[in-house]
Each structure stands twice: as structure tokens, then as C-alpha cells.
Design a protein around this ligand. Sequence first.
Ligand SMILES: Nc1ncnc2c1ncn2[C@@H]1O[C@H](COP(=O)(O)OP(=O)(O)OP(=O)(O)O)[C@@H](O)[C@H]1O
Ligand SMILES: [Mg+2]
Length: 326
Amino acid sequence: MKIAFVGKGGSGKTTLSSLFVRHLVATGAPVLAIDADINQHLGAALGLGEAEAAALPAMGEQLPLIKNHLRGANPRIASAETMIKTTPPGEGSRLVRVREPNPVYDACARPVELDGGAVRLMVTGPFTDADLGVACYHSKTGAVELLLNHLVDGRDEYVVVDMTAGSDSFASGMFTRFDITFLVAEPTRKGVSVYRQYKEYARDFGIVLQVVGNKVQGQEDLDFLRAEVGDDLLVTVGHSDWVRAMEKGRPPRFELLEDVNRRALRKLRVAADATYEMRDWERYTRQMVHFHLKNAEAWGNERTGADLAAQVDPGYVLGESVAAPA
Ligand SMILES: Nc1ncnc2c1ncn2[C@@H]1O[C@H](COP(=O)(O)OP(=O)(O)OP(=O)(O)O)[C@@H](O)[C@H]1O
Ligand SMILES: [Mg+2]
């Protein structure tokens, strides 16, 4: 199950992503956590020290390796240089699974020990000004998009992405890559304006978007969110002393998280799990092709000097039943 946490800067994306990851891991579920946020804080929120977090390998610096692995023996992709962030898999491509060992995880993922198990953590690496353009070739999130487009995840396997709700994710197809998107919103006008913008983009793509109210204090906050986002409001989270203690570098055991917040996390889990039945790999594949053609035309063909539309394998549908070539 692919799950994104998006929202305005400072709304609590990283905090809620990390709590959700801790919740999943505590139940024994296999989890891949990906930090694709402009502010790279997921490692710290999962308990890594500053030096440990800084030592994490950056996906953005491993693009050639990632591309070479994923393209495998796909004859439609002549070289890693012609593979852009939206290049879809086809016959011969290598697919990635949540639980397996593979060269991409070897290069870019590190295990982080949590109560009850470990999570595999990947980070895009810090963003520079050049990464924040509209459709850039070297975009750090491109590494994540490529990975998601080659990932076949089953029920009870989780990929949790901490992500910015910026223009980059809309220019590419990134925002369409998830079974469910949790939009974290504080009960403020700015918080819900990000929701409106996201909803607008999401409308035509069948995105499952649910709002998680954060830093909600009391009935007035709740009424405000209800009035602004209606039925899209899934659950609200208040101030957490557990989170505050963790921020001070003294993380209590996860089982000591406040009951009300544990219930909120379970609700997120139930909502995520419920989307499994709605999965449509054909649509998922169609959408990646749609965004690939769009990016090819907008900048990819010119930048690579190749006709990137030819990378599309017309009969190919990604899915759990697609066998990975050796
Ligand atoms: N429910 C909560 N209880 C207590 N503190 C919280 C809660 N949610 C978020 N915070 C605190 O608010 C701050 C911002 O949260 P966080 O870093 O998760 O937001 P973000 O959306 O990821 O921000 P950025 O855009 O900077 O990445 C952090 O210091 C975090 O500890
Ligand atoms: Mg963050």
C-alpha cells in the first residue's frame, strides 16, 4: 500500500508520517519509508541522531544506479541517460518489491530500529534551488517517482512517503502514485487552501484524498475543519506530549503514545487498507504513461535528444502478477 503524507510546510507531515510508520512497524508490518520532503526530517523523526541522519545515502545521488537497475533488459530504454523520472516500466524492466533485497535498497536504503521492528528508510537528499523548478531533469523526487512506478506492493506491505505538496509533484505524476494521500492540515485558512489546491489537481485522476487535521484544539478547530473540508476530514490529532518529548531527543516507548493519537493512527491504517479493493493497475499504468508523454513533450525529448514516447510499451500493465525477470 502506497501512502503519501502531504500538506503545507510545518503542518506536521513528517511528524504524522513518522508516527504512522512507527504504528505499522509495531504491528509487524513491512514498511519502506521515504523522505521526499523539501525539509529532510523523517530520519530524525524516526529517532536518528543528527550525524546518523546526515550519513543516510541520498537517492538523488544514485539516479544512474537506480535507472540502470530498473531499466534492466527493457529494449525500449536504450540507456540510463534517456531514462527520465516518468519513464514507465515495460517488458524486460526490473520491478521492485517492498520486502526483497535489491541493489537499489543496498545503495539507498538503511534500516532504522524502532520499537517492535525496523523500517527501511530512503531519503531523496537535501534539495537545492535547482531542484525546485517546475519540470527539472535532475529533480530529486524523480528518483522516488521512478521507484514507485516500478514497485509492486501487495496487501499488508507499506510504503510511506513524506512529501511536499509543491508544484513539482503536480508537474510530474508523483501525486497519482498512491493508494491514499493523507493531507495534513492545521485548522487555518492556509492549511485548508493547500487542501483545495490538491483536491483540484486530484479531481481528474481518481486520487483518494483524506484530510488529517493536526494541532487541533477543541471544538472550534474541529468545526472549522469540518466546514472547510467536509467529508474528506478523516481524523484529527491534537497536541501530543509524546511528540514533544521526542523532539527533545527523549523518545518515550511508542506504546506510551497517547490513546487518542493511537486511535487516530489506527484510523489511518484502516483507511489505507480499505483502498486495496479499489486498486486499478491498468489505470495506474495509464496514468504513468500519460505523465511520461507530457514530460517527454514538455522537456524530455529535447533534453535527451531521443523520442521518449517510444519508451512506452503499449501492451504492458504493471501489477502484482507481473513476474520480475532475473
Ligand atoms: N500533533 C503534534 N503534537 C506536538 N507537536 C507537533 C504535532 N504535530 C507537529 N508537531 C511539531 O510541529 C513542528 C512541525 O511538524 P513537522 O516537522 O512534522 O511538519 P512538516 O509538515 O513536516 O514541516 P516541513 O514542511 O518543515 O517539513 C515540529 O516541531 C513537530 O514536532
Ligand atoms: Mg517535514
